[in-house]
Ligand binder design. Structure first.
Ligand code: FES
Length: 137
């Protein structure tokens, strides 16, 4: 597994998203309220670009007339046919046991730590004063 620095955190603010290509794989990165998520940019149904999908919340119901809305922005709807995926697990909302979008770990690393590990820096300068979004592939 390798760790790839893809952006400074200021360049991927809450509500932001970006598709990056690492080792030939397109990965969609999302910042949801300061928390980062990464999914393969290819829907397991027929290959739609998940990075272009609409972000919605979770709607659950125990009985008719009783609806609960939670986790705003953590459910991704594929732009092609509307399948929905949980950003935390990649699991399909319709068939979570069988269908899953591939997830990648995304975290924030301080600039001073980037010189200490096996990070792969893409194509921009890095300073120790900033934090960076890092994807593990
Ligand atoms: S390709 Fe994503 S729902 Fe069909």
């Amino acid at each position: 597994m390798s760790r790839h620095v893809i952006a400074a955190t200021r360049d991927l603010p809450p509500g932001g998203r970006r598709v990056v290509t690492i080792k030939g794989r397109a990965i969609a990165i999302f910042n949801i309220a300061g928390e980062y998520f990464g999914l393969l940019n290819r829907c397991p149904h027929q290959g739609g670009n998940l990075g272009e999908g609409r972000l919605i919340g979770l709607v659950e119901s125990g009985e008719p007339g009783d609806y609960r809305y939670s986790r705003p922005g953590e459910i991704l709807r594929c732009p092609w046919h509307g399948w929905e995926f949980d950003l935390r697990s990649g699991r399909s909302r319709c068939d979570p046991a069988r269908i899953q979008a591939k997830c990648f770990a995304v975290r924030v690393a301080p600039g001073e730590a980037l010189g200490e590990g096996d990070y792969v820096l893409e194509t921009f300068p890095v300073t120790v004063e900033e934090n960076y979004v890092v994807v593990e592939v």
